[in-house]
Design a protein around this ligand. Structure first.
Ligand SMILES: Nc1ncnc2c1ncn2[C@@H]1O[C@H](COP(=O)(O)OP(=O)(O)O)[C@@H](O)[C@H]1O
Ligand SMILES: CC(=O)N[C@@H](CCC(=O)OP(=O)(O)O)C(=O)O
Length: 271
């Protein structure tokens, strides 16, 4: 199936959803039932997932120290073993099992499989080690899985032509997948109701924000920590066919179908 024919499917077509590790365990069964209904009505969901808290938990159990620089995990080969076993193993398979339990069809893989996500070291690799930035995504693997009627569930581990693995931030990987497959939208499912900012001393959700406004929010300290890779990934991918990135809380009932239906939920990042 070509990308064009996927986009012409009734029911809204192609979308990329990034599920954060902050929210995965808390996602209710109804979230996966909603996903199944979207798939049945002709949508083509593609999932890229994180798992930061689970990686940290496993590293701690194994007595391996780890730290973050600007939201990126400092990654040695030893850390990367744990990253890969957690993301490509337990987390990826847990998501696949939950989709299957709701009656959906899913196929899990990481960016290593079929060279799906090609990567190279990030610019500050001297500080963070084996962290990758995406140099290419084999879009036809994603479209092929969709054409078989399965939801691709992708773990953000990348690989280079020498076979070296890289740890890739899941928001970054999701944005790259959205760009390369030409998804009109990317939905970032996390543990907060959207991008919050302070108005009259109270934290409120920004319903919509432009790329230019994001820079001001980062500079002013309103956007920090784990929200930074999300907005940076959004800014990088909102071009070409990707016209919006929506940040929502996974605990919101039927969040995916409501957002795709145009309801004003969460924060929409637009050009
Ligand atoms: N302006 C903001 N609005 C909402 N959350 C923010 C903001 N700035 C920083 N954050 C933080 O970003 C977190 C989400 O990022 P993260 O924990 O990495 O989630 P995930 O695992 O879903 O990727 C929120 O829980 C919150 O602590
Ligand atoms: C380079 C880097 O930091 N990689 C992340 C990959 C997982 C991730 O991004 O998970 P969340 O979406 O739950 O944060 C990490 O090692 O934690």
């Amino acid at each position: 199936m070509s990308l064009d024919s996927i986009e012409k499917q009734p029911g809204g077509g192609l979308f990329v959803m990034k599920c954060g590790g902050s929210t995965l365990a808390a996602l209710p069964d109804s979230f996966f039932e909603d996903l199944r209904e979207l798939q049945l009505s002709g949508n083509q969901p593609v999932i890229v997932h994180g798992g930061g808290p689970a990686i940290s938990g496993n590293l701690e159990k194994l007595g391996i120290e780890s730290s973050f620089v600007n939201g990126l995990r400092v990654t040695t080969e030893e850390v990367l073993d744990v990253v890969e076993m957690t993301l490509s193993g337990s987390i990826n398979k847990a998501i696949v099992r939950r989709i299957q339990a709701s009656g959906g069809q899913a196929l899990g893989l990481s960016g290593v499989d079929g060279n799906l996500i090609m990567a190279r070291p990030v610019a500050n690799h001297n500080e963070v080690g084996l962290v990758g930035e995406v140099t290419g995504v084999q879009a036809e693997i994603v479209t092929g899985i969709l054409a078989m009627g399965y939801i691709p569930v992708i773990a953000p581990v990348g690989v280079d032509s020498e076979g070296q693995r890289y740890n890739i931030n899941a928001d970054t990987a999701a944005g790259a997948v959205a760009s390369y497959i030409g998804s009109p939208s990317m939905i970032v499912v996390t543990d907060v109701p959207g991008i919050m900012h302070t108005v009259d001393g109270e934290k409120v959700v920004l319903p919509s924000v432009t790329v230019a406004q994001i820079e001001e929010l980062i500079a002013g300290g309103e956007i920090y920590g784990g929200m930074i890779p999300k907005v940076r990934a959004a800014m990088d991918c909102i071009q070409g066919k990707v016209s919006e990135v929506i940040i929502v809380d996974g605990k919101e009932p039927r969040v995916l179908s409501r957002v795709l239906g145009g309801e004003a939920l969460g924060t929409r990042i637009v050009r």
